[in-house]
Design a protein around this ligand. Structure first.
Ligand code: BGC
Length: 261
């Protein structure tokens, strides 16, 4: 007998673990929008696996107390700022090194007593933007670039995510690109918008040459100020700010978890 496929749930919890804040929400996947308010706690410092798991559990408890929260058998999605391969963290550029080789899916699943699926944070944001936001209905390659503590990237082709692109780690002029062109690098190096745009120009034209995308979507907190730098860039590729703002990670995490076990 052919196995009956379970329909994908349309309401799913998404949690986005960032360098400074960890946020969660209940996501209506028919709209790509949160139902009710987002919950946020500071990410603990040091952000060790046990302490982060505790923060994630606090968020889940708060969301579980709401009547709209899906039942415990619906998987939870989590976005995490590292390479994630089959639920395991394989890098830790801007987080505590003890995450390397941690089975993040297993750790959170045990702590939450709900099945948790983790995905790279930029991949989550890229999925959300390509389904509901700036990359919706775009054929060909969409590259999402998030400018934050590091540079995250998501590579999406005809709506399909090729995970763990890690384009922030391209080497440019002898440096890892994210150490020179992330939003935090701009602050650390005290760069004005003109100077910063020159760095982005150098970085994005290199990425453009390598992948010839149809569209760049720029995310991260700095995308709120995209008027300061996007008009200064000269690329053959259209480049637009992200639309889901700081909900993209939560929505994308929920979306990938809904695709099933
Ligand atoms: C990490 C990526 C992550 C990005 C944004 C980079 O340093 O290597 O995995 O997506 O930061 O958080």
């Amino acid at each position: 007998m052919p196995k009956k496929l379970k329909p994908s749930p349309s309401v799913v919890v998404g949690i986005d673990i960032g360098g400074t804040g960890t946020k969660g929400g209940i996501v209506d996947l028919t709209k790509g929008k949160l139902i009710g308010d987002r919950v946020r706690f500071d990410t603990p410092a040091p952000a060790t696996p046990e302490r982060v798991a505790q923060t994630v559990a606090k968020i889940m408890d708060e969301l579980a107390s709401r009547p709209e929260c899906p039942s415990p058998d619906v998987p939870v999605g989590a976005a995490f700022p590292a390479i994630i391969q089959r639920g395991i963290a394989r890098s830790a550029s801007n987080i505590d090194k003890s995450w390397i080789d941690t089975d993040v899916d297993a750790l959170f699943t045990k702590r939450l007593e709900r099945s948790v699926h983790v995905i790279n944070d930029a991949d989550a944001a890229g999925l959300a933007e390509s389904r509901y936001g700036a990359g919706k209905d775009v054929d060909g390659t969409v590259l999402m670039i998030t400018l934050g503590t590091g540079i995250g990237s998501a590579f999406i082709h005809n709506g399909l995510l090729i995970p763990n692109a890690e384009l922030g780690h391209l080497e440019l002029d002898g440096h890892v690109a994210e150490t020179q062109a992330s939003a935090v690098a701009r602050e650390r190096l005290g760069l004005g918008w003109e100077e910063y745009s020159k760095r982005l120009q150098r970085y994005l034209s290199h990425v453009e040459f390598l992948f010839s995308p149809e569209l760049f979507v720029v995310g991260g907190g700095i995308s709120k100020r995209s008027d300061e730098f996007l008009p200064r860039l000269k690329l053959r590729t259209r480049i637009v700010p992200a639309r889901l703002k700081n909900h993209a990670g939560i929505v994308g995490a929920a979306l990938q978890a809904s695709h099933g076990d």
